[in-house]
Ligand binder design. Structure first.
Ligand code: MCN
Ligand code: CUN
Length: 790
């Protein structure tokens, strides 16, 4: 029996609105095309042997038994790759990372060797037969000890490296900030840890590499959020020119930043295909994903805030120790090694701010920029929103009151922060007031007062965030030297159907729908008639890919502008068809008519036919109806939001229940409110996960304690409430349709609201802070006056 799906009944003929997702009929019916669905004739399978140690010297690797195992085609070690100069690859942060370990292993789960075999099972079985002799070395696990003078040096592969220092970074004015702190009435400081977590997308990372020896062309189907950028890196590593490399990202089962970096598995698969001349598939399993590919966060922060006695926030100062794992593998614009952590000044009008950061290497998997972090804005927002609550506590002030008193005012935009970021637009107070209205804030406080009298633990937590998304202006943002602009191409066919080609790549965000909507709104062709093509470097213009919620701010702008370019040409053709001057034409979604005479009109479809058809076109106009552009944003976009969380804590078990969560988001012009809601729901669920459950922890030897979903807990429908969402609209002044990003907002904004709520509930115990994840045992410890573990 085949189920029937409801019609897209609220699908508007053109433009923005709650249209159902064009991609869902295929996903709902199990017809998505993911990397692991790909079956090519003669395809081989690759499996990776990983290190059981966090830090150990490799003494020898014996592959004899594995090579003799049935169905095995090749066994490759780091030493073999080294002979071809392929043992190391560049990371997206200008560091190098081992493709396969040669000298030593530097984290548990690191790639040591690979097997290529006729099927997946044989490849896995043969791994067991590879005999590696290790000499265990002392690992560096505690980030606070990484710079101890006697700490073992992890990166002795780097010339002259004698310690575990990765980089230093600072922003703001130290002297001025110190001065403001010295003169302030009130100073509050708090140590705050944002633990290591993992994006854990439903689909793990993997690829199929297929090198065609006849035409010398490599095709790589891979789980990539940035196909064009990856292609360039492969070109640099392999020496193949870019036109001989095609990177295809088919349907991606969630990315959340996990699929931005280049992983050794991709490179191993390419090598294996080059060597065997066969297509080679590598798909990591869940544990491999959790222990070895791009983690998130891992910032140990000290936050300090200075204020006047009556609650005017004057300055914020912070010191961060950043754990980057064994290789600096984060994807961050070159000038911003700490991502956009610089927006730790939050949504407040300050007199001074300063941050000093030290990043170190440890014997843990590389990563850092992932899990809807908006390039580390998650950490920044958590810091400022926690420390503002600490200040409210010290002043005995309501946390909402304190925030209302300090929010940047609408007339101050564009607002330059004390760390140099220019917030493009915002109207903060109405957003916070709307959240308070939906939550019934005053009533909640009354309820809490009553409950406290009865010994019940109820907490109310607030957060207010501003993000900087849409990287970025190419004058100061690039990844490995590639400027962060995006191409877009629109082609209208003779019958008026269109195809738009994007450089960004969806991992579930609904781009096939929303980008069609942008074109539809600008040119009046129904979204159903617009095909969105993405995720194939042979089919799409160059651009930097999807992360940092940059698709709407950058490619969304590119698509609006390329559509306007096509419309401009359509206008000239229409003027010829209607025999009037261009100036006498008026546009109404989908057609041009003669000013003052709406009957004399031509539709975009008629214009498209004329553009391709017989008959004259106006002087100097070529046939066809298409255009291409490359859009370089003039600034980032700055969405904001106000979140309010209500929790109840069971005093007997210390179990936290999120009873209510109100999220009011402002992402400027809203393209598809349904998709925005979905993005927000997903991000809020992430927030519950991080605040209450998720952590990638290690024991003293560097064994990863979160290597399966039995240990690394992620939230289900049972742990989350019915989300209550609202919105305000403050369009971006520099984006052609005023849209700002939203894909990471809720993940950024929700953890502090939840932690603030838990800490608020624990006030009767005299608690001002507890570190995530607030599991029952940690909350219990906090209730007993014990500090949360580091
Ligand atoms: N949108 C809209 N109106 C706006 C802003 C956005 O309708 N004003 C829509 C967009 O058209 C798009 C979606 O919302 O369909 C998200 O847009 P945007 O904020 O531009 O973010 P990106 O498309 O660049 O997606 C990246 C972002 C990131 S960086 C992470 S991490 C994350 C997130 O999106 N990963 C996701 N959301 C995810 N959602 C899913 N399902 N899967 C992931 O891996
Ligand atoms: Cu920081 S995770 Mo998203 O940018 O892919």
């Amino acid at each position: 029996m085949t189920a029937t799906l409801p019609e897209n009944n609220d699908q508007k003929p053109v433009g923005h609105g709650r249209m159902l997702r064009k991609e869902d009929p295929r996903f709902i019916r199990g017809r998505g095309r993911f990397v692991d669905d790909l079956q090519l004739p003669g395809m081989l399978h690759l499996a990776i042997l990983r290190s059981p140690f966090a830090h150990a010297r490799i003494l020898s690797v014996d592959t004899t038994a594995a090579e003799a195992y049935p169905k095995v085609k090749a066994v490759v070690t780091g030493a073999m790759l080294a002979e071809q100069n392929l043992a190391w690859m560049p990371t997206l942060s200008n560091d190098v990372q081992a493709v396969l370990a040669t000298d030593k292993v530097r984290f548990q789960g690191q790639e040591v060797a690979f097997v290529v075999a006729e099927d997946r099972y044989a490849a896995r079985d043969a791994l067991e037969l590879i005999d590696v002799e290790y000499e265990p070395l002392d690992p560096v696990i505690d980030v606070r000890k990484a710079l101890d003078p006697n700490a073992p040096v992890i990166r002795d592969d780097l010339d002259g490296k004698a310690d575990n220092h990765c980089f230093d970074w600072e922003t703001g004015d130290e002297a001025e900030t110190d001065r403001v702190f010295d003169e302030a009435d009130v100073v509050v400081s708090q140590d705050i840890v944002y633990p290591r977590v993992h994006p854990a997308p439903m689909e793990t990372c993997g690829c199929v590499a297929d090198y065609d020896r006849i035409d010398g062309k490599l095709t790589l189907w891979s789980t990539s959020q940035a196909p064009h950028a990856h292609r360039t890196v492969y070109a640099l590593v392999s020496g193949l020119p870019e036109h001989k490399i095609r990177v295809v990202s088919p349907d991606i089962g969630g990315g959340f930043g996990n699929k931005v970096p280049i992983y050794p598995g991709y490179v191993c698969s390419i090598v294996a295909s080059l060597v065997t001349g066969k297509p080679v598939k590598w798909m990591e399993d869940r544990s491999e994903n959790l222990i070895s590919t791009g983690f998130a966060r891992d910032y140990v922060m000290r936050g300090e805030i200075a204020a006047t006695q009556d609650g005017r926030i004057l300055a914020i100062r912070t010191n961060v120790l950043a754990d980057h794992g064994a290789f600096n593998g984060t994807a961050a614009p070159v000038k911003y090694p700490a991502g956009f952590f610089g927006v730790f000044t939050g949504s407040y009008d300050l007199e001074a701010a300063y941050c000093k950061m030290t990043a170190v290497y440890t014997n843990k998997a590389p990563g850092g920029v992932a899990y809807a972090c908006s390039f580390r804005i998650t950490e920044a927002v958590y810091l400022v929103e926690r420390i503002v609550d600490c200040l409210a506590d010290a002043l005995g002030m309501d946390p909402v009151e304190l925030r209302l008193r300090n929010l940047i005012r609408p007339e101050q935009f564009p607002y330059t922060t004390k760390t140099g970021w220019v917030y493009d637009s915002g109207d903060y107070e109405p957003t916070l007031r709307e959240a308070m209205r939906i939550a019934g804030y005053d009533e909640l406080r009354r309820e809490q007062k009553q409950k406290r009298e009865n010994g019940e633990l109820m907490g109310i937590g607030v957060s207010f965030f501003t993000e900087a998304v849409g990287a970025g202006p190419r004058k100061d943002m690039d990844i490995l030297g590639l400027g962060m602009a995006d191409g877009a191409e629109l082609r209208v066919h003779p019958t008026g159907k269109a195809v738009v080609r994007l450089s960004v790549q969806s991992q579930g965000q609904g781009h096939e729908t929303t980008f069609a909507q942008i074109v539809a709104e600008e040119i009046g062709i129904p979204p159903a008639d617009i095909e969105v093509v993405h995720g194939d470097t042979d089919q799409t213009p160059f651009g930097l890919g999807t992360y940092g919620s940059r698709s709407t701010p950058v490619s969304g702008a590119a698509v609006a502008l390329v559509t306007r370019k096509v419309r401009d040409k359509a206008r000239i053709i229409a003027s010829g068809m209607l025999e009037v001057s261009v100036a006498d034409l008026e546009w109404e979604k989908g057609s041009f008519h003669v000013a003052g005479d709406p009957e004399k009109a031509v539709t975009i479809q008629e214009i498209a036919m004329r553009a391709h058809g017989a008959g004259d076109l106006p002087e100097g106009i070529e046939g066809g109806l298409e255009a291409q552009i490359c859009y370089n944003p003039s600034n980032l976009t700055y969405p904001h939001g106000a979140y309010i969380c209500v929790v109840d804590i069971d005093p007997g078990t210390a179990q936290v229940k999120v009873r209510r969560f109100v999220a009011v988001d402002d992402c400027g012009t809203r393209i598809n409110p349904m998709i925005i809601e979905g993005q927000v729901h997903g991000g809020l669920t992430d927030g519950v996960g991080m605040a209450l459950m998720e952590i990638i922890a290690f024991d003293e030897e560097g064994n990863c304690l979160g290597g399966s979903l039995m240990d690394y807990l992620i939230p289900t429908a049972l742990e989350v409430p019915d989300w209550e969402t609202g919105f305000t609209v403050t369009p971006s002044p520099h984006h052609p349709i005023g849209a700002k990003g939203v894909g990471e907002s809720a993940t950024v904004g929700s953890p502090p609201a939840i932690v603030n709520a838990v800490v608020d509930a624990l006030k009767p115990f005299g608690i001002r802070h507890a570190d995530m994840p607030l599991t029952p045992s940690r909350v219990w410890d906090a209730m007993q006056g014990r500090p949360t573990p580091p």
